[in-house]
Ligand binder design. Structure first.
Ligand code: F6P
Length: 361
């Protein structure tokens, strides 16, 4: 009997746990269906590899020793969803090309490990008739329909470590230290690491901040004898005035005013308003690096096993998820194109507020 050919790709920004998930899927498929009945086909650099037919049959040995490895052994690339159906200068019909590769590689199904953009393209391919299963990765934790994405908790640990380290230097120099944490649309990573790291102020996109209130909260701490403060700011944060604007309008205004990031602007405003020396720390891509935490290794393995079960059952058009604490799946069409935002009234925000953390609102 011909082997079941399972294509696998990682797309979008990388995160810890991608390799652990690849390993989980492969090992579970071998276990469930037999090594002789399964061929894993690794597609290089995400949808770019699918468009350009850059793929290879992988040896089972390639899935050993990668549980702890950060990044992705398959490589990844950003391939914006909004351009997928647009024919550009190269004249390539990308959707057709992806379907052609699927056919040329004789795939029985395709696993896409990625975030929101990846899921939108996965849904498109599913609607085009391919057998697709999504697996939710991102340090942003903003994929709709799953309690958690793999990569998130490792990034929370890393960001928390950054904040811990900022405490000692902020205290030594009696400064305000502002840390900009990745998360363009959603503030999950800033919220979790802000609480875990003991930040005094947490600024997230879901709660537009009032600069005067941030300054007032920091001045109050100073008046109470606190010699330093830590402010955790999400990369995608904006103030109350910007909250009234459309994304493009906001970006245009910032460009005109020479503002690079909300964090840099807020730091300058805070230094002026409080009279306290204020510095910015941007860990950036460090938050995406390193070995997955124990939590993420387990989550990745559980997600991988569920994906293998879906393949064995011939259940396609789904994205594996953690739903109310249990492993399950959502229909791709129900989650693609939606974002999971922080509810400003959720228990995490309320917990932080209950211990005196300001969100600048
Ligand atoms: O993958 C998510 C993410 O890390 C976001 O938090 C961040 O805004 C973005 O990716 C950065 O993307 P890039 O690595 O392409 O600059």
């Amino acid at each position: 009997m011909a082997k079941k050919r399972i294509g696998i790709l990682t797309s979008g920004g990388d995160c810890p746990g991608l390799n652990a998930t690849i390993r989980g899927v492969a090992k579970a498929c071998f276990e469930k269906m037999g090594t002789d009945s399964v061929q894993i086909v690794g597609i290089q650099n995400g949808y770019y590899g699918l468009i350009n037919n850059i793929a290879r049959d992988m040896d089972p040995s390639e899935f050993s020793g990668i549980l702890t490895q950060g990044g992705t052994i398959l490589g990844t690339k950003r391939q914006p969803f909004k351009m997928m159906s647009v024919i550009e200068e190269d004249n390539v019909d990308k959707v057709k090309a992806m379907k052609d590769t699927y056919k040329a590689q004789k795939l029985d199904c395709l696993l896409t490990l990625g975030g929101n953009g990846t899921h939108k393209t996965a849904n498109l391919l599913s609607e085009e008739g391919l057998n697709v299963i999504g697996l939710p990765k991102t340090i942003d934790n903003d994929i709709f329909g799953t309690d958690v994405t793999f990569g998130f908790h490792t990034a929370v640990d890393t960001a928390t470590d950054v904040i811990d380290r900022l405490h000692t230097t902020a205290a030594s120099h009696s400064r305000i230290l502002m840390v900009e944490i990745m998360g363009n649309k959603a503030g999950w990573l800033t919220l979790y690491s802000g609480i875990a790291g003991g930040a005094d102020i947490i600024i997230i996109p879901e709660i537009p901040y009032d600069t005067d209130k941030v300054v007032a909260a920091l001045s109050k701490r100073s008046a109470a004898g606190k010699t330093f403060s830590i402010v955790a700011v999400a990369e995608g944060a904006f103030d109350v005035a910007e909250a009234q604007m459309k994304k493009k309008e906001r970006a245009k205004k910032r460009l005109e005013e020479g503002i690079t990031t909300a964090t840099a602007r807020l730091a300058a405003q805070v230094q002026k308003g409080t009279g306290i020396e204020t510095r910015v720390c941007t860990p950036g891509h460090m938050l995406r690096g390193g070995s997955p935490s124990a939590y993420d290794r387990i989550l990745a393995t559980k997600f991988g096993v569920r994906a293998a079960e879906l393949i064995a059952d011939g259940k396609y058009g789904y994205s594996v998820a953690m739903i109310n604490g249990a492993i399950g799946e959502n229909k791709l069409k129900d989650v693609a194109g939606k974002t999971k935002f922080v509810d400003p009234d959720c228990s995490y925000v309320r917990t932080a507020k209950n211990i005196g953390v300001s969100f600048g609102d």
